[in-house]
Design a protein around this ligand. Structure first.
Ligand code: ATP
Length: 270
C-alpha cells in the first residue's frame, strides 16, 4: 500500500484547527458485521488535514458503512474513529462539533421547507439566528435553491435534496466535511459550483473526505484517495501515488478486478 504524503494545505497560522501532526480523520481497525456479512473488515485510514480525500470502491465495498461509523451514525463492532484526535464514540458531542456530514440514505425532516431545514441545522449547532439567516441565504443562493427556499423538502427533486443536505452540513463551517456521494443526482452546473465551494474550503484549511464512483472527478478534484473493496483498504495515498502512472479508473479496475470479467449476454444482441 502506498504511503500517505504530508498535507499540501497547511492550516492558516494561528488557526485553532492547527493541531500539528493530528490527522483530520483517523480510523483504526473499524469493523462491522451484518449477520454473516463482514461489511468492513478492520479498516485503518488516515485523512491528513487540509487534504481533499476521495474514498472509492465498487458497489457494496463498505464505503457508506465506514463513513457512518466514522461520523457517529453507526456503532462499530470493533475499532475506533477520531476527528482531530477526538474519539467519535467516546466524546461524540465534541467530535461532531468539528464535522459536517452528508450521509447517504438518511431521511431528512422533509416537512420543513429548504430554508427551514438549513436554519434548523444551524440552530442545532448553537449558532445565533442572525448568522444562521445570513449563511442560509448565502448557501441557498450559491447552490441555486433560492427560488425553492419556501418549498417543502418533500417536494424537492433528488438533486435538490442532495444540495439542501449539503448546505445543512456546511452551515457551521466545520473543520472536516464527510460527504457520502455529494455529486450523485446533481446537475453539471451545480456540480461545478459545489466543486468550487469545496476547493476554496480546502484551500482555506478545511478537510474534505468524499465517497464517489466517478473516478475522473476524484482524479481531478482530490489530493488523496483511498480504495476499498470487500471492506478492506487496497490502496491509499496521494492520487499520484495510488494511480501509479495510470489514469485512476484503470488503476481502480486493476485493484478491484473486473466484476464478471469480460462476459456478454448472448440474448441481448439484436
Ligand atoms: N443495514 C444493513 N444490513 C445488512 N447488510 C448491510 C447493511 N448495510 C450495508 N450492508 C451490506 O454491507 C456491505 C457494504 O455496504 P455499503 O453500503 O457500506 O457499501 P458501499 O461501498 O457504500 O456501496 P455503494 O457504492 O453501492 O453505495 C454490502 O454488502 C451491504 O449489502
Amino acid at each position: 500500500m502506498a504511503d500517505i504524503a504530508e498535507t499540501p494545505f497547511p492550516a492558516p497560522a494561528g488557526s485553532p484547527r492547527q493541531d500539528a501532526g493530528v490527522a483530520a480523520l483517523r480510523l483504526r481497525g473499524l469493523t462491522k458485521r451484518f449477520g454473516e456479512k463482514l461489511a468492513v473488515a478492520g479498516l485503518d485510514l488516515e485523512v491528513p488535514r487540509g487534504s481533499f480525500y476521495g474514498f472509492v470502491g465498487p458497489n457494496g465495498a463498505g464505503k457508506t458503512t465506514s463513513l457512518s461509523m466514522a461520523t457517529g451514525l453507526l456503532r462499530p463492532d470493533q475499532g475506533a474513529a477520531e476527528v482531530g484526535g477526538i474519539d467519535v464514540w467516546e466524546r461524540p458531542l465534541a467530535a461532531k462539533r468539528r464535522m459536517g456530514v452528508l450521509a447517504d440514505g438518511v431521511v431528512l425532516f422533509n416537512r420543513l421547507t429548504g430554508e427551514q431545514l438549513v436554519t434548523y441545522a444551524g440552530l442545532l449547532r448553537g449558532m445565533d439566528r442572525e448568522t444562521v439567516a445570513q449563511r442560509s441565504a448565502d448557501l441557498l443562493r450559491v447552490l441555486g435553491l433560492a427560488d425553492a427556499a419556501d418549498t417543502l423538502v418533500a417536494d424537492y427533486s433528488a438533486g435538490m435534496t442532495k444540495k439542501i443536505a449539503l448546505a445543512s452540513a456546511m452551515i457551521h463551517a466545520p473543520e472536516l466535511l464527510v460527504l457520502d456521494e455529494p455529486f450523485e443526482a446533481v446537475d453539471p452546473v451545480s456540480a461545478r459550483t459545489i466543486r468550487g465551494l469545496l476547493d476554496s474550503y480546502v484551500a482555506s484549511g478545511g478537510t474534505v473526505i468524499l465517497s464517489s464512483h466517478v473516478m475522473d472527478l476524484v482524479e481531478r478534484m482530490c489530493t488523496h484517495v483511498g480504495v476499498i473493496a470487500e471492506g478492506r483498504l487496497l490502496a491509499s495515498g496521494t492520487v499520484e501515488q495510488v494511480r501509479d502512472g495510470q489514469d485512476l479508473e484503470s488503476r481502480f479496475v486493476e485493484l478491484v478486478g473486473l466484476e464478471g470479467g469480460e462476459q456478454e449476454l448472448s440474448w441481448l444482441r439484436l
